[in-house]
Design a binder for this molecule. Structure first.
Ligand SMILES: C[S@@+](CC[C@H](N)C(=O)[O-])C[C@H]1O[C@@H](n2cnc3c(N)ncnc32)[C@H](O)[C@@H]1O
Length: 226
């Protein structure tokens, strides 16, 4: 996984839009759904919040919502904290550095955007799904976005092509990304996602976004009373 520290953190906001086709659209479509789904005073848990993009998008939808902003990188969270101060959002945000504890929060919804693909499928993905589920209230849902396994032999190359032609990714950036696909990401397919989701306490994922290799899903927490 990239370290998301030092220069990698400082350059994140400039880089990410060149690496993820539809990055803005992913955030906008996620926020639009939460805008109609959540009540007043909702608590939104953001797992792997990085530099705070989710909060910046969502804060404008409802001034009563509160955000728990979690990440394992202190450098990414420091940049997020600065953005929140600049935007006057700090009093609506709780910053959580490090892993989530079991049942620490009772969030109405959790977001985990562009994070789980960096977590190995050796029990670690399952643990993170379980930690998220354990920090949601009974009617909670998880919005998840990840690089998924390619469905065609040409999807990855098409993605690199798109990033270079339309997003301004350099030749060096394309070479790095091609290598990162193999060495830094742990993508899974939808069948495996369905399996992990169910083990961790969610219903089957519902697809809501796809742009070349990046896909997003809603995972409703399973109703244990049924
Ligand atoms: C590509 S960034 C995504 C940031 C933000 N969600 C966005 O959409 O811009 C991935 C973030 O996930 C964090 N991360 C990686 N593994 C994590 C884990 N196991 N738990 C929480 N955060 C993690 C990284 O530190 C980094 O800030």
């Amino acid at each position: 996984m990239p370290t998301f520290t030092g220069d990698e953190a400082l350059s994140y906001d400039q880089r990410i839009g060149k690496l993820v086709p539809g990055y803005e659209l992913l955030h906008h479509t996620t926020a639009a759904q939460l805008g109609v789904m959540l009540e007043q005073n909702a608590t939104i848990l953001i797992v792997g919040a990085g530099t705070g993009k989710e909060v910046i998008e969502l804060a404008q939808y409802n001034p009563t919502w509160h955000f728990i902003v979690q990440d394992v990188s202190a450098d990414m969270l420091a940049i997020a904290d600065q953005h929140f101060t600049n935007l006057g959002l700090s009093d609506r945000v709780t910053i959580h550095h490090g892993p989530l504890l079991q049942g620490q929060y009772q969030a109405d919804v959790a977001l985990c955007l562009l994070v789980m693909h960096f977590v190995k499928d050796d029990g670690s993905k399952m643990k993170l799904f379980e930690q998220i589920c354990a920090n949601l209230g009974t009617a909670g849902a998880l919005f998840l976005a990840d690089l998924t396994l390619p469905e065609t032999s040409f999807e990855r190359e098409a993605q690199l092509n798109y990033c270079q032609k339309h997003l301004g990714l350099s030749e060096v950036g394309v070479t790095t990304m091609r290598s990162n696909f193999i060495n830094e990401f742990y993508p899974i397919d939808t069948a495996r996602l369905d399996e992990l989701a169910k083990y961790a306490g969610f219903d089957s994922p519902i697809s809501y976004f796809k742009a070349l290799g990046f896909s997003a899903f809603i995972l409703n927490k399973r109703d244990c009373s049924a």
